[in-house]
Design a protein around this ligand. Structure first.
Ligand SMILES: [Fe+2]
Length: 270
């Protein structure tokens, strides 16, 4: 298992460089939307390591075709130059009845299936590659339909899942979706995310995917229980942090992950 770190903001450049130099991570996941204006060569040489591409704001389910095609043209240049380990995106809603949402929202897995399937087909066509789709940290009961939705979507479109381990833990705690329901998705996935979560300010508390805390005990226990099922040749696990960049906490979490997935295996499968 190769370990990675998400790179979202220029200001974390020294942190990411240090993690690479100290061998704590093996690759970097770029939130590629933030770097679309850079020259492909500048992105390709930004870090002495492989990269993954994570797309945040394509809004490929609801965006207009011309806007998508324009973004895809730019992304294809970067994909051709950088040859990322994977290209990933989000199955989510960014607006409701014409109003822009402050936070991205979960789709209705039953009612929206056909629209999403068509849009995934189209987005992969425009990008010219397989797209991995990330599972959502569900809040509402509809989240219980997510595992079967992703299994069906991958079968129908050839897309994959970027399986976020702690998002599954959030969904489990918020709407009771058993972690085991994801096993077929995990078995078919090669690329993973993990992060800390936090409780909402308002009660009743929801578990929110905040990327600002150390990994929780239940997230680590989930990984430990299914360690061998996450571990595939070429597999990657990105540790996500978007706030509270406390070096000691980040190093400790990466060390825990490295203990679960020793480096020898990463080298063996590289
Ligand atoms: Fe994630």
């Amino acid at each position: 298992m190769r370990l990675g770190f998400n790179f979202t903001l220029g200001e974390t450049t020294p942190l990411v460089r240090r993690l690479l130099a100290e061998g704590r991570i093996d690759y970097v996941e770029l939130l590629i939307d933030n770097f679309l204006t850079l020259e492909p060569d500048a992105i390709a040489t930004a870090f002495p390591a492989p990269m993954g591409f994570h797309i945040m704001f394509s809004r490929f389910i609801e965006a207009e075709e011309a806007a998508l095609a324009d973004m895809a043209r730019r992304l294809r240049q970067l994909i051709d130059r950088v040859r990322p380990l994977y290209v990933s995106d989000h199955v989510a809603r960014f607006s409701h009845q014409g109003r822009q949402l402050y936070h991205l929202a979960e789709i209705d897995y039953a009612a929206d299936y056909e629209q999403v399937r068509r849009r995934v087909d189209n987005w992969q066509q425009l990008l010219g590659c397989q797209v991995l789709l990330e599972n959502y940290p569900s809040i509402l009961d509809g989240g219980r339909d997510a595992p079967r939705f992703f299994e069906r979507l991958c079968r129908d479109t050839g897309a994959g899942v970027l399986f976020d381990i702690s998002n599954a833990v959030c969904a489990h705690r918020n709407c009771g979706l058993p972690l085991d329901a994801w096993l077929p998705v995990i078995d078919a996935s090669r690329h993973f995310h993990v992060a800390g979560y936090n409780l909402s300010i308002l009660q009743p508390h929801l578990v929110l995917d905040t990327h600002d805390q150390p990994l929780s005990d239940d997230t680590l226990a989930f990984i430990e229980r299914y360690r061998t099922r996450f571990e595939h040749p070429g597999a990657t696990l990105t540790y996500e942090r978007d706030d509270a960049f406390v070096d000691r906490d980040i190093d400790a979490d990466l060390k825990r992950l490295r203990t679960l997935f020793p480096l020898a295996e990463a080298r063996l499968h590289a």
